[in-house]
Design a protein around this ligand. Sequence first.
Ligand SMILES: CC(C)(COP(=O)(O)OP(=O)(O)OC[C@H]1O[C@@H](n2cnc3c(N)ncnc32)[C@H](O)[C@@H]1OP(=O)(O)O)[C@@H](O)C(=O)NCCC(=O)NCCS
Length: 189
Amino acid sequence: MITSFLMFLETNRLKIRRFTPDDWLLLYVLVMKWEESDYAKYDHGPWPENEEKYKDITNDLSKSEILLAVTLKQNDVFIGFVAKPFKEEGEYGLGFNFHPDFHRQGYAFEACSAVVAYIFENLGAKKITDGTALLNKPAYNLLKKLGFKSGNHKQISFRKDKNGDPIEFTGVDFSLTSEDYFKHASKGS
Ligand SMILES: CC(C)(COP(=O)(O)OP(=O)(O)OC[C@H]1O[C@@H](n2cnc3c(N)ncnc32)[C@H](O)[C@@H]1OP(=O)(O)O)[C@@H](O)C(=O)NCCC(=O)NCCS
């Protein structure tokens, strides 16, 4: 069997790598924390509550590079993940989720910038797309800082409330083209 090249990125403070099966408990803790947050109801989900399921989930994740684990370089502490799902020829998505203990320190921006660069410079994508709730200001601001342009606003729903009614919210589409990315990169900003 041919072993494929394993993606590994390093930034000033972070390592970005494939998940390994040993990460299962770390992923479980992270997503359970996310499920407690005010914004989780505006995202796909919920994540499974059964801890044991994360053994299979991380085992599957370890075979692909869709979801990447982010750790601190100095001590290997797991702080979150960045997702880069393939959408269609020339287009990837971007997702991110960091443990609240590691918010507001620029880690998410540092990790996402590296993954965005990888998608355009190594995978040859023409466009990266994402969407977030208008109310999710941290995600909204992060996408803006990464150079994404906001597009359509639309009423959408991913989850249901306790009565089984859809939780509706205003979702915003975001996209970043390779043209804009390289224009920005060539200015050195
Ligand atoms: C969305 C999310 C990743 C944003 O994380 P974050 O930590 O707020 O984002 P950043 O990495 O950009 O850090 C932001 C702040 O860190 C601060 N900061 C502190 N030290 C810093 C440093 N050394 N370098 C850069 N910024 C630093 C900055 O002031 C910055 O604030 P500003 O953008 O207002 O200037 C985070 O809130 C999260 O994981 N949320 C849960 C998941 C989620 O909502 N996903 C989206 C679903 S659609």
